[in-house]
Write a protein that binds this ligand. Structure first.
Ligand code: PEP
Length: 260
C-alpha cells in the first residue's frame, strides 16, 4: 500500500510573516492526519523560519529546486546540502516552470535527482507534456523521454526514495485540470515505464503524484484513481483552508478505496 503524499509548491510567494501564518494554520488543521505524507515547499528565503514552526510536526519541508553541485562558485544557486541542513526532507526537481524559464533539461534533472538522493533528500521529479505536444499526439513520447532520461542510472534502491509527479503543463496554473481518466492513463503509463526499468515490486511501490490545478473540489475524483498516490499543488497550497481540505479529502479517499 503506497502512502499518499500531498505536496504544496508555493513557488515565488510568501514573505516570512505570511509563511509563518500559513504553516501555523496548517499545523492547527492537520495535526491529526497520519495516513498522508504532507509536504510544503516554500521559497528558500523562508525555509528557515518555516522549519522552526514545523519542527516536531507531521508536516514535512521541501525545497523547490537545487543545483547539482554541492558547493562552490555558483552564484545564486541552492545546494541540496543546505536544504538538508535546514531540515528539508523533499525537493522538487524539474518543475515545468524551471524547464520553461530556466532551460532545465532532462540531463540536468537527472543530475539534480542524483545529487538529492546522495544528500538524503527525497526528490519529487516532475514530468509532463505541453499543450501542443498533447494535441499532436506526443504525450507518451514526451513522458517516456522525461521518465527514462530524468531517472537514468538511478538504481532500484534509490528509486524508492523518489516521487514522480505527472504535471501536464497545460493544466498548471490554468484552472484546466486533466480529467481523472486522462491523469490515470498517463500515471498507468509511467508505472509501466518504471516496470520496464525496475522490478514489479519496485514499480508498484513508487509514488506517483498528479499536479495541475488541483483544488478541494477535484482532489477526490483524482485520488480515486488506482495509480494516483497524491498531488503536487500550486495555487491551492497558498491558503490554509484549501490545502488542508485537499489533504483531508485525500486521506478520506484512500481510506475507502481498495484496489485489486
Ligand atoms: C504546480 O506548481 O506544480 C502546480 C501544479 O500549480 P497549480 O496547482 O497552481 O496548477
Amino acid at each position: 500500500m503506497r502512502k499518499p503524499i500531498i505536496a504544496g509548491n508555493w513557488k515565488m510567494n510568501k514573505t516570512i510573516s505570511d509563511a509563518i501564518e500559513l504553516v501555523n494554520g496548517l499545523k492547527r488543521n492537520l495535526y491529526k492526519i497520519e495516513d498522508v505524507d504532507i509536504v510544503v515547499c516554500p521559497p528558500s528565503t523562508v525555509l528557515s523560519d518555516t522549519a522552526e514552526v514545523l519542527m516536531d510536526s507531521n508536516i514535512h519541508l521541501g525545497g523547490q529546486n537545487i543545483f547539482w553541485e554541492e558547493k562552490g562558485a555558483f552564484t545564486g544557486e541552492v545546494s541540496a546540502v543546505f536544504l538538508k541542513d535546514l531540515g528539508c526532507r523533499y525537493v522538487i526537481v524539474g518543475h515545468s516552470e524551471r524547464r520553461q524559464y530556466f532551460g532545465e533539461t532532462n540531463e540536468g534533472v537527472n543530475k539534480k535527482t542524483k545529487t538529492a538522493l546522495r544528500t538524503g533528500l527525497f526528490p519529487i521529479v516532475c514530468v509532463g507534456e505541453k499543450l501542443n505536444e498533447r494535441e499532436s499526439g506526443k504525450t507518451f513520447d514526451v513522458i517516456k523521454d522525461h521518465v527514462t532520461n530524468g531517472l537514468k542510472d538511478i538504481n532500484g534502491k534509490e528509486i524508492l526514495n523518489c516521487v514522480v509527479a505527472y504535471e501536464p503543463v497545460w493544466a498548471i496554473g490554468t484552472g484546466k485540470t486533466a480529467t481523472p481518466q486522462q491523469a490515470e492513463e498517463v500515471h498507468k503509463f509511467i508505472r509501466g515505464l518504471l516496470l520496464e526499468m525496475y522490478s514489479k515490486e519496485i514499480s508498484s511501490s513508487i509514488r506517483l503524484q498528479y499536479g495541475g490545478s488541483v483544488t478541494p473540489e477535484n482532489i477526490s475524483s483524482l485520488m480515486e484513481m488506482p495509480d494516483i498516490d497524491g498531488a503536487l499543488v500550486g495555487g491551492a497550497s497558498l491558503k490554509v483552508d484549501s490545502f488542508s481540505e485537499i489533504v483531508r479529502k485525500s486521506s478520506e479517499v484512500k481510506k475507502r478505496c481498495t484496489y485489486s
